[in-house]
Design a protein around this ligand. Structure first.
Ligand SMILES: CC/C=C\C/C=C\C/C=C\C/C=C\C/C=C\C/C=C\CCC(=O)SCCNC(=O)CCNC(=O)[C@H](O)C(C)(C)COP(=O)(O)OP(=O)(O)OC[C@H]1O[C@@H](n2cnc3c(N)ncnc32)[C@H](O)[C@@H]1OP(=O)(O)O
Ligand SMILES: CCCCCCCC/C=C\CCCCCCCC(=O)OC[C@@H](O)COP(=O)(O)O
Length: 377
């Protein structure tokens, strides 16, 4: 292990990274709260400010992936579509099998300049995660309860509000609805069988209703669907803790741009179209398993320095007062103050560990474990 790698694996480094993320995140959440009066005066201005504030939070996680761990992200795509990425609104359909797939998505958002405005159809529970969940509230992220009777109205209403969004955005949809586990795969293939649908090897059966409502609501707003299929080289199973430890992974993303006009308007036809898309995605994964690459040429955008610059800015701003505080604390000699400070730090560490836990597949919900999901935690 090299010296730098040893440094990256040190708990003290992780503490510093998490401290910067936590404190800057809370400051930014507070600033977002302060934009509420701006909404009353100019909604578009408030949105533009929030895009930039959100960038300051999400790009810290991107910096961990790109600059701290040095993870390589390779894009396979058609050279004719490439110039359009970042220059139009799009609905992104991505497979959901990896703990850091959302972060790889964010990395591509960063490289194409749409990180601050990127959106997702997220489960409601994520709205309560401090910093990221609170940031999403101000970004007009669409939340769902994964109960169609309740979601059909709220999801449609939230999407309609994005029609006059002032900057280009990508709207991410994990149509599988939950992360891939062998148990969920087995259950969803039973559903596929009962519906006479072809089986999938690498994906769960997609839930079609959210896709249909998204396409219908964003017609005229989004130009295309970006069908995106992600995998990692050498069967890597990346984790957020791995990234924090400085472990380098190798992500490969295959993207096809499909103009929105090609997607059927009728709900049943749209569902069939999506099922067919997932058959194709499965064949791309099979190709990857056999050859170690996706079809088509590589058109990788380079990483940009902004996420690193943003991280360095917040570190300089927040580490100096921390140093001063620690010096004062130690020189005060008060046992009570020192014990209280250790308790606050421990609570904060546990809080961050809980947040990281949200990304772990072993802590995934029970959604999709039963054919008709009753337990929707
Ligand atoms: C150039 C570069 C390109 C790309 C770069 C890549 C990406 C970057 C883009 C953007 C980044 C932005 C943000 C990223 C940051 C963070 C994201 C983090 C996480 C958030 C993700 C989540 O929270 S995922 C979970 C929430 N989302 C979803 O669930 C979406 C999919 N679900 C739906 O659409 C659902 O339809 C629904 C949620 C709207 C409603 O849920 P419900 O459960 O009620 O679903 P359905 O009514 O559809 O289900 C009933 C039907 O399903 C059948 N069924 C029953 N059991 C199963 C089963 N086990 N598997 C499959 N199907 C099942 C049932 O029979 C019903 O069938 P019907 O025929 O009646 O429909
Ligand atoms: C600068 C780095 C700082 C390190 C500390 C980072 C702390 C972590 C911060 C936030 C973590 C929350 C990110 C939320 C994204 C989780 C994405 C996700 O994968 O959600 C799962 C959901 O799709 C499906 O859920 P289930 O499979 O049904 O269950």
């Amino acid at each position: 292990m090299g010296l730098l790698q040893l440094l990256k694996s040190q708990f003290l480094c992780h503490l510093i990274i998490c401290y910067v993320f936590l404190v800057s995140g809370l400051i930014i959440n507070l600033l977002q709260l302060c934009t509420l009066p701006v909404w009353l005066v100019s909604k578009q201005l408030a949105r533009r400010i929030n895009i930039r504030l959100a960038y300051c939070i999400s790009s810290q996680m991107v910096a961990i992936l790109e600059w701290w761990s040095g993870t390589e992200c390779t894009l396979y795509t058609d050279p004719k579509s490439y110039p359009l990425y970042g220059k139009e609104n799009a609905i992104v359909v991505l497979n959901h099998a990896f703990e850091i797939d959302f972060l790889c998505g964010w990395t591509f958002c960063e490289r194409f300049g749409v990180l601050g405005s990127s959106k997702v159809l997220a489960k409601k529970q994520l709205a309560y995660v401090p910093i990221i969940g609170w940031m999403w509230y101000f970004l007009e992220i669409v939340f769902c309860k994964r109960k169609w009777e309740e979601d059909r109205r709220t999801v449609n209403e939230s999407l309609e509000k994005l029609r006059d969004y002032p900057e280009n955005f990508w709207f991410l949809l994990y149509c599988e609805g939950t992360r891939f586990t062998p148990k969920k795969h087995q259950v969803s293939m039973q559903v596929a069988e009962s519906k006479g649908l072809s089986k999938l090897k690498y994906h769960l059966l997609p839930r079609t209703k959210g896709f249909w409502v998204t396409v219908q609501s964003l017609r005229g707003t989004a130009a295309a669907v970006y069908d995106s299929t992600l995998n990692f080289r050498n069967n890597e199973m990346p984790t957020l803790l791995g990234l924090l430890n400085g472990k380098k992974y190798h992500a490969d993303l295959y993207v096809r741009r499909i103009p929105l006009e090609l997607i059927p308007e009728d709900e049943k036809e749209c569902a069939e179209w999506l099922h067919k898309l997932y058959q194709e995605k499965d064949s791309f994964q099979e190709h990857y398993a056999k050859t170690g690459r996706f079809p088509g040429p590589i058109m990788s955008p380079p990483r940009r320095p902004w996420s690193l610059i943003n991280w360095l800015f917040w570190s300089c701003l927040l580490l100096y007062p921390l140093g001063l505080l620690l010096t004062q604390l130690i020189s005060s000699g008060s046992v009570f103050t020192i014990v209280a400070s250790v308790a606050v730090c421990s609570a904060a560490s546990l809080g961050v560990r809980w947040m990281i836990g949200q990304t772990e597949i072993k802590r995934a919900s029970n959604y999709g474990n039963k054919e008709v999901s009753l337990n929707n935690n």
